[in-house]
Design a protein around this ligand. Structure first.
Ligand code: FES
Length: 120
């Protein structure tokens, strides 16, 4: 039972390229049957993944500029926190956050979003 559980956890990770494939302060898009996921790289080489859909009017967050741990939506400049998916006040809303990890420079992405952002 335990082994099966571990196997399932491993299966949930999808290889999504290498860190150096993403420009610093930029993103690349991973297309999935459930919608696009934006994988971001910060200036400090941290990696985050959010649904590529701004909580305001659905703008493509992957085309925004990353600054610190936020991305500015290219349409109306809402700022979205990369580590939570939440819009920065005074704006409200969230983009679903996807677990991501880096193994030897390879990005591993979970297609199962974190809970807490039900409408994205
Ligand atoms: S659609 Fe992103 S700020 Fe409006």
């Amino acid at each position: 039972m335990q082994a099966e559980k571990i196997m399932n956890e491993q299966d949930q990770w999808l290889e999504a390229g290498r860190v150096e494939d993403i420009p610093r302060q930029g993103a690349r898009v991973v297309r999935t049957p459930d919608g696009d996921i934006a994988v971001f790289r910060t200036a400090d080489d941290e990696i985050f993944a959010l649904r590529d859909k701004c909580p305001h009017k659905g703008g493509p967050l992957s085309q925004g500029i990353v600054s610190d741990k936020r991305v500015a939506c290219p349409l109306h400049d809402w700022k979205i926190s990369l580590d939570s998916g939440l819009a920065v006040a005074p704006d409200e809303g969230c983009a679903a956050r996807f677990p991501v990890k880096v193994d030897n420079g390879s990005i591993l992405l979970s297609l199962v979003p974190d809970e807490g952002c039900p409408n994205s």
